[in-house]
Ligand binder design. Structure first.
Ligand SMILES: CC(C)n1nc(-c2ccc(NC(=O)/C=C/C(=O)c3ccc(F)c(C(F)(F)F)c3)cc2)c2c(N)ncnc21
Length: 284
């Protein structure tokens, strides 16, 4: 379903505003329904006086431009935007089951099958983005929502343009997931997402990030690759985490091999059709 054709300019009157979905970092998010088509979406409202003026328009246009040609079941869509005198409105795909990090905090940690399913979906989304030469750079539980069928939706709360934030929290929040090359300020490529995928997988299975510490200590531990994987983590899972958390970006396991890793195949092998079973049995 498409939000109404993006030829006509959108305006607030086109939407029936529903319940608040929560306060995003920089603005309120509401459930919304486009009156004409009944299409349900999330509407994010940002106040212009809180945004650095001017650049927002270009950033938004660029973001919508990038995201309008991203079509993947595990990537949350930004359909479009419009504004009135005081506010900017974003029309975003609605994620029916909300925030993954809240589920993770509530559960403490995820079972291996559940974590493997999420890692496989992330690998699929990242492989799609990298083929389009888009690097996410900000993979962490806070940027992942969950769709109404339990599928994960990677979102980029693209915050590069926002008003001066409470730098400490944003900075310290992101430290856990930063790869060594970004900490050192070196040039970095798409392999930064592989490192973050390794941190994410560790956090799914252990409930905390591998280098979690004070900001200074975290940085030291990252560049020295100083982390331990608890014994309750299976050998296959340990193997995949250690193949992603490599200091040298070139040595990190490529995404197509992540999808084929024994730990992923063990938990995510698609149920075989009767015919496939029959065929495999004959081959055995
Ligand atoms: C509260 C709850 C948890 N919640 N929150 C969401 C939600 C999901 C994604 C977003 N995405 C963005 O905000 C993206 C912003 C930009 O890419 C951007 C780029 C350039 C700019 F200049 C700007 C600009 F803002 F500066 F203009 C923005 C926002 C809310 C959500 C949802 N979709 N479904 C269900 N519940 C949901």
């Amino acid at each position: 379903p498409q939000v109404s054709s993006n030829t006509k300019p959108m305006h607030l009157g086109m939407f029936e505003i529903g319940r608040p979905l929560g306060k995003g970092k920089f603005g309120r998010v509401y459930l919304a329904k486009e009156r004409k088509t009944g299409f349900v979406c999330a509407l994010k409202v940002l106040h212009k006086n809180e945004l650095q003026t001017g650049r927002v328009e270009t950033q938004l246009r660029r973001e919508v431009e990038i995201q309008s040609n991203l079509r993947h079941p595990n990537i949350l869509r930004l359909f479009g935007h419009f504004h009135d005198s005081k506010r900017v409105f974003l029309i975003i795909e609605f994620a029916g089951r909300g925030e993954l990090y809240k589920m993770l905090r509530k559960a403490g940690s995820f079972s291996e099958p559940r974590a493997a399913s999420y890692v496989a979906q992330m690998a699929s989304a990242l492989s799609y983005l990298h083929k389009k030469h888009v690097i996410h750079r900000d993979i962490k539980p806070e940027n992942i929502l969950v769709g109404s069928h339990g599928e994960i939706k990677l979102s980029d709360f693209g915050w590069s343009v926002h008003a001066p934030t409470n730098r400490r929290t944003t900075l310290c929040g992101t430290l856990d997931y930063l790869p060594p090359e970004m900490l050192r300020g070196d040039s970095h490529g798409e392999k930064v997402d592989l490192w973050s995928l390794g941190v994410l997988m560790y956090e799914f299975l252990c409930g905390n990030a591998p280098f979690e510490d004070t900001p200074i200590e975290t940085q030291k531990r990252i560049v020295k690759l100083n982390f331990k994987i608890p014994d309750f983590v299976s050998a296959e899972a340990k193997d995949l985490i250690t193949r992603l958390l490599r200091l040298d970006p070139e040595k990190r396991l490529p995404l197509d091999q992540v999808a084929q890793h024994p730990w992923i195949l063990k938990h995510c092998s698609k149920p075989q059709t009767a015919r496939e079973k029959q065929r495999n049995n004959h081959q055995r």
